[in-house]
Design a binder for this molecule. Sequence first.
Ligand SMILES: *Cc1c(COP(=O)(O)O)cnc(C)c1O
Length: 240
Amino acid sequence: MTEKWLHNDIADNVCWVEQAICDACAKAGRSREEVTLVGVTKTVEPERVNAALAAGLTHIGENYVQELLRKKPELQLDGVKLDLIGHLQTNKVKQIVGQVNTIQSVDSLRLATAISKASVAAGITSHVLVELNIGEEQSKTGLPKAEVAELLAQMAELPHIHVDGLMCIPPILDTETARRKVFSEMYQMFLDMRAKKLDNIDMNTLSMGMSSDFTEAILEGSTMVRVGTALFGHRPRKSM
Ligand SMILES: *Cc1c(COP(=O)(O)O)cnc(C)c1O
């Protein structure tokens, strides 16, 4: 009984987030098609993920390789894209290559090389985003701004790996002005890298904006928002 109520709740949330994205696009003078909603499903049981998919969500992201692989067979993924958005360790690369649409968290040449090698071995091309540590925070993964151009140039030489864009998790900032400034800086970086027209690199995805700030991210040029809490509620402290 509570289950049924939960499902309805998730459908309401999908509706609400969808409407908020439409509003943000309208405010930004952008078309709704320019922004992809990725539902972040870490710690969310497959049944509740499926409820969100039934409610119209078409793209989801998981943080942990083990959790993703465990849940994947239970998900109704027909016509749905599944990305890895969390930090990826080099020793897990072989397990994840071929299992997702996009790996959003490439932040070193070592990792990119491992993905390239595993993709060659599997006979596929892996699509990835390069993750930036835009706030240059010590505690966070992601590449410092100053190293992005060099990594992209190196990745352009790697076989069977294709960069689709950039991703970031910005620092927590108090004011809308400060948050928008960081998103705008990210957008500028995205345009600068796109202008380079490197091999194997199409800058068409800028993945930024989460539950608390996706409107601001869309106003500053985000093409992909990753929303967890606003769809599934607050997460338990520990991962599954
Ligand atoms: C958890 C997570 C999100 C979603 O965060 P919410 O605040 O719950 O919307 C987005 N991106 C990444 C990389 C995450 O780990």
